[in-house]
Ligand binder design. Structure first.
Ligand SMILES: CC(C)(COP(=O)(O)OP(=O)(O)OC[C@H]1O[C@@H](n2cnc3c(N)ncnc32)[C@H](O)[C@@H]1OP(=O)(O)O)[C@@H](O)C(=O)NCCC(=O)NCCS
Length: 263
């Protein structure tokens, strides 16, 4: 499939200004109870729901644009972008097309979500986090500052990803950078309640089992069994998560979520 023409998508755009000065394209919609800062830009298909806040410099609904040398075909077309009720989009964040944030999602400043991503209710995606195409982030996850989620990563509910975690989805990059195809690969899958410690690296095709704990700085080369602690390079099992920790997190995750939101 060839790349589509970005100029065709962009040249006829028309923007209105909200009273704040924000640029809102024809075909974008902002609930009257939401706040969109003066320098934010909303492209066609964006829907900002009630009581959401979109801060300065945020760009919502950006189309991907290829320079013609990328391996993946790029479709430069607008589609729906949803900012769920009560969500906050930080300064200079970029949401590409076909992104959905559930209710009460918090995106830190400079976060970037590529096309096709979904973020579930109440999740926090920290400052400068990069989320590549088609990632699925469940409800009540925390992805800390400057983590990098590669394309097709899956985070189930209540997953914690520490600062600067790196994920990858192509072990055959030596060939595939030239478009030479090998076996199909996928990004890591992180099952519910798991924790990935700061600066850990997850290699392609690994699954981090439910409730598992990956230590800071680990390089995970193989899947991690549920409720297991791994550390080191390469990551090796240090045994199970303690029964007391396991009982506490299972019990807490089953409760209705706490909210201190005054709005
Ligand atoms: C995995 C972890 C929970 C282990 O903590 P712990 O059980 O208290 O471990 P200890 O401090 O008792 O260390 C036990 C041994 O393991 C080693 N060790 C601990 N953490 C390690 C890690 N991440 N990688 C390699 N070795 C580690 C220690 O050096 C020590 O070795 P020694 O006995 O030879 O001195 C912790 O190290 C960790 O990685 N926490 C994650 C922190 C984080 O990233 N938080 C998110 C953002 S704030």
């Amino acid at each position: 499939m060839a790349d589509s023409d970005p100029i065709a998508a962009l040249r006829d755009l028309r923007f209105d200004r909200l009273p704040t000065g924000a640029a809102v394209a024809d075909g974008a919609r902002v609930d009257p109870s939401a706040f969109v800062a003066p320098s934010a830009t909303l492209y066609p298909g964006v829907e900002v729901e009630a009581r959401s806040i979109v801060l300065d410099g945020a760009v919502l609904g950006r189309i991907p644009i290829s320079n013609g040398t990328t391996n993946r075909p790029v479709v430069s077309e607008f589609s729906r972008v949803r900012v769920g009720a009560g969500s906050i989009v930080g300064c200079n964040s970029v949401l590409y097309t076909d992104v959905e944030l559930g209710p009460r999602v918090l995106l830190g400043d400079l976060a970037s979500l590529r096309e096709g991503c979904r973020v579930g209710e109440g999740s926090v995606v920290g400052r400068g986090v990069m989320v590549l195409a088609n990632c699925r982030i469940g409800a009540y996850c925390r992805v800390q500052d400057q983590a990098h989620l590669v394309g097709d990563c899956v985070l189930e509910d209540h997953v914690f990803v520490g600062m600067g975690v790196i994920t990858s989805n192509d072990n055959e990059i030596y060939l595939s950078r030239f478009g030479i195809r090998g076996a199909p690969q996928r990004g890591p899958v992180i099952r519910r309640l798991a924790v990935v410690g700061s600066a850990a690296t997850l290699l392609p095709n690994v699954e981090i089992g439910e409730g598992a704990l990956v230590g800071a700085g680990a390089v995970v080369t193989r899947s991690v069994a549920p409720w297991t602690v791994v550390t080191g390079v390469p990551a090796r099992s240090r045994g199970p998560v303690s029964d007391r920790w396991r009982e506490q997190v299972v019990e807490r995750a089953a409760r209705p979520p706490a909210s201190r939101d005054p709005r």
